[in-house]
Design a protein around this ligand. Sequence first.
Ligand code: ARG
Length: 567
Amino acid sequence: MNYKLWLAEQTASKLEGVSVEALAEWIEYPPNPQMGDLSLPCFKLSKQLRKAPQAIAEELQQGWGEHPAVERVEAVAGYLNVFLNKASFAADVVSEVLAQGERFGSQNIGEGRSVVIDFSSPNIAKSFHIGHLRSTVIGRALYNIFKFLGYNSVGVNHLGDWGTQFGKLIVAYKLWGDEAAVEAGGIDELQRLYVKFHDEADVKPELEDEARAWFVKLEQGDEEAHKLWRWFVEISLKEFHKMYDLLGVKFDSYAGESFYNDKMAAVLEELKTKQLLEEDDGALLVKLEDYNMPPALMVKKDGGTLYHTRDVTAAIYRKHTYDFEKAVYVTDAGQSLHFQQWFKVIELMGYDWAKQLVHVPFGKVSLEGAKLSTRKGNVINLEELLTKAIEKTREIIEEKNPELENKEEVARQVGVGAVVFNDLSNNRIKDIVFSWDEALNFEGETGPYVQYAHARACSILRRAGAVDTASAKLELLTEPAEQGLVRELHLFKERVVQAMDKLEPSIISRYLIDLAQVFNRFYKECPILKADVNADVQAARLALTKATTVALTNGLALIGLDAPEKM
Ligand code: ARG
């Protein structure tokens, strides 16, 4: 059961005019068990009830009698501190975890309504950089979290497969490119051509005009332009898929920017009819000065469309196609203005669902002060990062556990897991200075640390042999370390909902670190397999260990990590 809600209901019935929801919001889990398992800060109520917090706490302390779920209730310094009955608390929580198994922590909040998550969305012919990794892992976690909470998650990879850069690339390829070199070098070679274009265009500006002309040709369906473009897309996708396979990421749709080519005219027409489009020196734009924003450019002077045009069109298409309740866009914070601008355009078009559009920004990644820019070619090669992480894990396995079965798979699960977890371990909005050492660190608050706690728990269960957790006397789990673990398990469900509400996967990663830590404490303080442990106590501790593996596995899965049983 949900103990916060339960206490809120208990106290609401003793107070007039205070809602259960408000109380549930205020009730805290005290950091120190000396202050109870749950605590209500009564100063939250004192204004409404016109009473001192301590007086309220003392009133609420009355009338608990011999409540079976409660050990004792204290009124201290304006707080109502509730100490749960340890036996019933443990039995209730652990049996629930075990009964729900892989569904533990899930709820049907979404009732099947759709949430579209636009994430990863790398750009064709440019490298998949660490910013895209962030979008990929944050977006994938949000996808899983919404799904776990009963939504129909729709993952869209809005590939950057359209735009003036393709005009540049075509010019560069025709001038300096070579088919075999592109086939062999892939994105690196395309990027080399792209960088060369910019270097040359610095001294030969007419190249820019040529590039613009080629992009217009592409937009008009010119056969040669289209063939080259298609080829660039295929070469890039091949490399992106390598990354997605390593990360274990899937999308429901790969409808990228080019998908909207034949859909933009109707939207531009609609903007015109709604009198939102203004001409400015040959270009068409939506003025946003009333909202303190620069105008959203929709059509350039040369007739080319823009990132904005395609995002507005895509949103309308997605609303029709998926009837979303929320559409989430995961990109770095540098694009915030872009999203604010076109969200406003949707609103001005009269679509009330504009408020369902949400930008989920994340902080920039810098590399020792250097700026991450594809133009300079100064990027962390992500494939290299993941490969290095896997290699390092392989070495550790060879050293510590050379007999391990399916070493390769475990090396991938743990190596990639370390990189992903590292990315998700801070609030997403925080800027990150990328460090190889940190991304490849397996000690401390890392993914491998959590995965290792899980593997350790699995190993205990294996060594114990067949465990009948169903008949275990869970009410025996009253030791402080056992109770600490029970408390942490009980928190999981709430943390998942918080992660969804705040669109913040790091809430799950931090929870997992806490859970692994309290499990390790339990493992140290409460012997399980030692000969002198009473059989009933042993069975109960094994059940608690099993419940921990369930919560760790479910939590890791939400943020995209596997939970190997051996490592
Ligand atoms: N391709 C863009 C980039 O690499 C991200 C696209 C995000 N999604 C969107 N609908 N604008 O920065």
